[in-house]
Design a protein around this ligand. Structure first.
Ligand SMILES: [Zn+2]
Length: 265
């Protein structure tokens, strides 16, 4: 018992000091001034950038620790336990697409379009597209979720996004909802999406605005400004942004639809 407790204390102290000596620079806007320390989420702590309002993890978990956390299925707040509850969840998603002005969902029956979802979980969101004749593919690091996808005929790649490659311009649409804030480096995801999309392809992205200092769950807490910065720095134009509170989880969310810009000359 005492041995176990002692081990836990040592691990936590190790985690806390893991960020020590590293230069505190904002990952999104690059500012290294006015970075303040937030003692929240022990043994983790966060840093806040005054220039873009981004809050980010100061002592980022190691890749190994992070991946073991993902495999344990902790990133599952949005899990719906019973399949019969999926419908309410899917209806909410469809309303969000509509409010974003995303009409392709219903008009797509003529030509098969390809959608990729990054962090697709058990495939609830892709199912919406599949039912409407889209060609769907998911990327999901958690093995158990992948098995659930496969069980219902959703094609999925069991990998972390940084390890995934597709030929340039493979997809008409990429969706990633409530994923960005969990990643060790969200810039990698956005750069990959840019590459994977066809010219003029769209990205539907959603993040929580409700603040939770619960690392290693949320490693980034985006502000509207920092998210806009991330998009424009990576050659995306935001077509529409939408702040709303969802009725299922009572969280404040920011959803947006963005278009891939032409290649830089
Ligand atoms: Zn910043």
């Amino acid at each position: 018992m005492i041995k176990h407790l002692l081990k836990k204390i040592i691990i936590n102290v190790k985690i806390f000091f893991a960020g020590l000596g590293k230069k505190n620079k904002c990952l999104i806007c690059g500012s290294d001034r006015d970075i303040s320390l937030l003692f929240k989420g022990w043994p983790y702590y966060y840093l806040k950038c005054a220039a873009c309002d981004l809050v980010f993890i100061g002592n980022r978990p190691s890749r190994r620790m992070y991946r073991s956390y993902v495999q344990k299925g902790h990133l599952s707040n949005f899990r719906v336990e019973h399949k019969q509850d999926w419908k309410a969840w899917q209806d909410w998603k469809i309303i969000t697409y509509r409010n974003l002005g995303f009409s392709d969902l219903v008009n797509s029956a003529q030509a098969a379009k390809k959608v990729l979802e990054i962090g697709c979980g058990e495939g609830r969101q892709l199912e919406i597209f599949k039912q409407r004749n889209w060609e769907v593919l998911g990327v999901e690091p958690n093995r158990d979720y992948c098995l659930q996808c496969k069980a219902q005929g959703i094609e999925v790649i069991n990998k972390y996004i940084e390890d995934v490659e597709f030929p340039d311009g493979s997809f008409d649409l990429v969706i990633t909802t409530h994923v960005l804030e969990h990643l060790r480096d969200p810039r990698i995801l956005i750069k990959k999406v840019f590459k994977f999309l066809k010219p003029g392809g769209r990205l539907i992205l959603e993040i929580p605005l409700t603040v939770e200092y619960d690392a290693p769950e949320h490693l980034f807490i985006f502000s509207e400004e920092s998210l806009e910065r991330l998009m424009s720095d990576n050659n995306f134009t935001i077509i529409k942004g939408l702040k709303y509170q969802d009725k299922l989880y009572h969280m404040d969310n920011l959803a947006l639809i963005a278009e891939k810009n032409g290649e830089k000359k």
